[in-house]
Design a protein around this ligand. Structure first.
Ligand code: HEC
Length: 154
């Protein structure tokens, strides 16, 4: 996290440097245009991925809280919100492991599938075949998916 913030600050510093360099470029070419724009959209993308993960974290806490209170149906909404936020994971910029795009995409897709299966289990709450044991195991699987992906990519 702290390293990410520092990267962002470095990017802003670079943007400022190139913006000024662009006013009077040493070699006479107008190269300042566009560079700050690029860096700007880079920061936007970083903000977007922080927000997606913040949402996932917040909703996951809500979902687990509802389950702890024995209210599986109340966990459905939070898990849906996680699924929506998880749609955005695949387009993340990878700072820690940029070469791992393929593996990252796979983990992002598996994560979405896991959440969707989890939501369907929860929605069956109240039905005769509701499987609370499987729900508990899936909670652990989701926690493991967070940790696995973070170990390689966060
Ligand atoms: C497929 C990969 C992947 C999965 C699955 C995943 N994360 Fe993340 N997470 C990331 C990456 C990459 C970052 C770093 C993003 C960044 O800093 O821009 C991150 C960052 C975070 C952060 C820090 C947010 C911030 O401000 O940057 C939190 C909190 C977080 N994840 C929570 C979770 C939780 C909780 C789960 C599981 C329920 C989860 N993540 C599942 C990849 C993943």
């Amino acid at each position: 996290m702290r390293i990410m913030r520092r990267l962002d600050i470095l990017c802003l510093a670079a943007a400022a440097y190139f913006a000024f360099a662009g006013i009077a470029p040493a070699d006479g070419r107008a190269q300042g245009d566009g560079v700050p724009m690029l860096v700007h959209s880079h920061s936007d993308a970083m903000m977007a991925q922080h927000r997606a993960m913040d949402t996932i974290q917040k909703e996951w806490t809500l979902a687990k809280g509802a389950l702890d209170e024995g209210r599986p149906l109340a966990a459905v909404g939070p898990v849906k919100a996680m699924e929506r936020a998880a749609e955005r994971i695949e387009s993340f910029m990878l700072h820690k492991n940029p070469g791992g795009r393929e593996e990252f995409s796979k983990q992002a897709r598996d994560f979405k599938d896991l959440l969707s299966a989890f939501r369907q289990l929860l929605q069956a709450s109240g039905a005769k075949d509701y499987d609370s044991e499987r729900v508990r195991n899936t909670v652990m699987e989701v926690d493991r998916a967070c940790d696995d992906c973070h170990q390689t990519f966060r």
